[in-house]
Design a protein around this ligand. Structure first.
Ligand SMILES: [Fe+2]
Length: 257
């Protein structure tokens, strides 16, 4: 049968919407409660909607009963402090799963490449229903930062780097594309991330805000790119060596038992 997906995301896996006038809104992301949920990079998260309305960020499939990233429960103590962020997450009218603000500490390009990952937001998603994608609304004015998207984690060919000024609005098929943010700055970056179910509501929202599925990549000097590729390879090798050593130790322990 297959999932219901947005035609707008079919070619590249992302769309960039009109920029939101973030400067007019209060900095609600500074008022809400964060926890130390570990994601890619040095992060904290402040959920606005979670599996059961608690201040936690675990995948809905890790709860009982397990379910896919849909039907998030709004957390009143958070949404009352962040009415604009809540309104924006609800504006498409698409089903919302997890909704949270990410706080990301400065992350250079090479570290970002190491952090590249695919999400698992369609785990347990029933066939024939809407595919879960994610909205990213940049809240801080991170003029030197960019979101990195790749079809293949270790292949820079076709990499897209999307600028992250305040008010940047992206929708990404994060289960298809490898993604992470390069954050060049001294202060943390804040971004609202919402899991939306694809369907006519989300399609209409993308159209209303003139979603485009191609943007020019942020220009980065070749030596910075090359250093980043090397850093990703170095960190990948170190991780592989760590697990290989651990695997060996486990084998040894088993053989000694
Ligand atoms: Fe992700």
């Amino acid at each position: 049968m297959g999932y219901i997906k947005s035609a707008a995301l079919e070619e590249t896996g992302y769309v960039v919407l009109d920029r939101y006038n973030q400067e007019l809104d209060p900095k609600e992301w500074l008022d809400i409660e964060y926890n130390d949920w570990k994601s890619s990079g040095d992060t904290r998260f402040a959920p606005l909607a979670s599996a059961f309305g608690d201040i936690e960020c675990n995948g809905f499939w890790n709860h009982k009963p397990p379910r896919t990233d849909k039907d998030g429960v709004w957390i009143e103590s958070q949404t009352e402090k962040a009415p604009n962020l809540t309104r924006r997450a609800q504006e498409p009218g698409a089903n919302v799963g997890r909704c949270r603000v990410i706080e990301l500490q400065p992350t250079p390009y090479g570290e970002c490449l190491y952090n590249l990952h695919q999400d698992d937001n369609n785990r347990l998603n029933p066939d024939g229903t809407g595919w879960v994608v994610r909205g990213f609304f940049n809240l801080t004015d991170d003029t030197e930062s960019y979101f990195v998207l790749r079809e293949n984690r270790t292949d820079p060919q076709g990499e897209t780097r999307i600028a992250l000024p305040a008010g940047a609005q992206l929708i990404i098929d994060t289960q298809r594309l490898w993604h992470a943010a390069t954050h060049n700055g001294t202060d943390p970056r804040y971004c609202l991330i919402t899991s939306w179910t694809s369907g006519p509501e989300l399609d209409a929202y993308i159209e209303k805000y003139h979603g485009v599925n191609h943007v020019d990549s942020v220009e980065v000097a070749q030596d910075v790119l090359d250093a980043g590729y090397a850093e990703q390879a170095r960190k990948d090798a170190a991780r592989a060596a760590y697990y290989a050593a651990k695997g060996q130790a486990e084998v040894r322990a088993m053989s000694e038992a």
